[in-house]
Ligand binder design. Structure first.
Ligand SMILES: *[C@@H]1O[C@H](CO)[C@@H](O)[C@H](O)[C@H]1NC(C)=O
Length: 483
């Protein structure tokens, strides 16, 4: 079905001229949607379990091929790492209290925290335990040594003893704040102190610190399965302002505060617009989670953030669709409407379709690489840090431009029946070179091709085309392109 081979040169190209293409998209040369910062993953649970494994670090944080379960797997080349600073500890506080644990808590989701009690805010005192959470830190260090260069510290809950019910899974009335008012500043002190320790002792300078996780949602302590904490919007406003101050007072003036990691685009817009000018000025980037999937007003969030001169990250995305269909659909919607400058998957290893690699984190066993992994590779291995995001010209196409290499990257999906998709580069000052090879890679949603590369497609003037099976994702690289 590969119709682009120029065996018979002119004859074949006439036979398969653009008249044979079913649909055409015209890629825009206007670099208006920002400079891409990267793709990444949150560490947290999977890394606390499997954080010592070099093969996983190679798979996620390099673009090399790694042998894994007997197969050669193309690395995803993530350069963004989110480190989850824990809320749990097993010590007894000075007044005899200990952490309250939800009966439904999943033990591998209890993340070890560093600040054990309120006795002292001096991180060199015995109120702090810097040996905690070694595995997650190990994976962060492995990522850094492989080239990761954006590190975000994020919190799912304040330390348990800062909470009203000593339970880091949330308030017993889920929609109520769980951080006690006398600890608003302490939560900021905790995060800033960990960021300072990381800079001084771990060799990791965090790019940003995010004090919340889906804070406007309800997190119910007695039935919680993971760490979580509701913060109403006024409290968020107060905490981000404290966090800016605490980072600055430790000399971490270059470390951004990011906020608020709300669960949906629409909640994120409401939260951002609710912030005082002081709180907005304390925040260096707006983070949002992608759990609204196909719904929600992505553009409204972009507009609100853009008006403040900031950029937006999709800092957490995940679902149970191992086929990759939801993943490709939502990444394209983000790049077209949200104009995020980074995209971060939630748990790289997980069960029930959520993992890029299937795993039973509680059981400590690792299964197969999912089809969704290869769909993601179609983006992450080609749209790289520093490229400009362009408009692909249709709702099934995204494009990025590498100015230093004069290279255009196009990722497209065919939601229809098998057909030609035709790509028009005539708007560019130089839309490639007539007759030049266009390298392509293909992955099929569900099953079939897994990041298979082909050298069979050529420019015809400033156009090329390719025959897509139904539900096929393809990536193209075109050389000698000038905006
Ligand atoms: C500090 O963390 C280590 C590693 O998890 C743990 O074994 C130890 O019990 C902790 N110390 C205290 C005082 O909680």
């Amino acid at each position: 079905m590969q119709h682009q081979v120029r065996l018979a040169g002119l004859v074949l190209s006439l036979l398969l001229s653009p008249a044979a293409a079913d649909v055409t998209t015209t890629v825009s040369p206007v670099a208006e949607w920002g400079t891409w910062q990267g793709w990444g993953v949150s560490l947290a649970w999977w890394a606390a379990k499997f954080g010592q494994q070099d093969d996983l670090a190679d798979i996620f944080f390099t673009t090399d091929y790694t042998t894994f379960n007997g197969a050669s797997i193309p690395g995803l080349g993530f350069n963004v790492v989110r480190y989850n600073v824990g809320a749990c500890s097993t010590n007894t506080a000075p007044d005899g209290t200990t952490m309250v644990v939800s009966p439904d808590m999943i033990s591998t989701r209890q993340m070890e925290g560093y600040w054990l009690d309120w006795d002292s805010s001096d991180p060199t005192s015995s109120s702090w335990n810097w040996t905690a959470d070694a595995n997650q830190r190990a994976m962060m260090t492995k990522a850094q040594s492989r080239g990761a260069n954006y590190f975000e510290l994020f919190s799912n809950s304040p330390m348990w003893w800062m909470c009203t019910n000593d339970n880091p899974s949330g308030n017993n009335a889920g929609g109520n704040n769980n951080l006690q008012a006398w600890n608003y500043q302490q939560h900021a002190v905790y995060l800033a102190s960990v960021a300072l320790e990381a800079a001084n002792s771990w060799g990791v300078t965090f790019t940003s610190v995010e004090p919340f996780n889906e804070p406007i949602d309800s997190w119910r302590g007695q039935t919680g399965t993971q760490e979580g904490c509701h913060f109403d919007r006024d409290t968020q406003d107060t905490v981000v302002t404290y966090l800016r101050t605490e980072l600055d007072s430790r000399g971490l003036t270059g470390v951004m505060v990011s906020a608020s990691d709300e669960n949906t685009y629409d909640k994120a817009t409401t939260t951002w617009n609710s912030f005082s000018s002081t709180a907005q000025a304390s925040v260096g980037r707006v983070n949002v989670h992608g759990y609204q999937y196909q719904d929600g007003d992505r553009l409204a969030l972009y507009d609100a953030v853009q008006a403040s001169g900031l950029s937006v990250w999709n800092s957490e995305y995940g679902e149970s669709d191992a086929t990759g269909e939801q993943l490709v659909s939502n990444i394209i919607l983000d790049l077209i409407w949200l104009h995020n400058t980074a995209w971060v998957y939630w748990q790289a290893l997980d069960g029930s379709g959520w993992g890029l690699i299937d795993a039973d984190v509680e059981g400590g066993t690792i299964g197969a690489v999912s089809q969704k992994y290869f769909i993601l590779a179609q983006f992450t291995r080609h749209i790289r840090e520093g490229m400009y995001i362009l408009s692909g010209g249709s709702d099934y196409t995204v494009a990025a431009y590498d100015a230093s290499a004069a290279k255009l990257v196009i990722v497209a999906v065919n939601w229809g029946s098998a057909q030609y998709l035709n790509f028009d580069l005539s708007q560019f000052t130089q839309g490639g070179v007539d007759g030049a090879l266009v390298t392509r890679w293909s992955t099929e949603i569900g099953s079939g091709n897994q990041y298979v590369s082909y050298s069979d497609t050529y420019m015809s003037g400033t156009t090329f085309w390719s025959y897509f099976d139904a539900n096929m994702v393809m990536t193209f690289e075109i050389e000698n392109v000038q905006l």
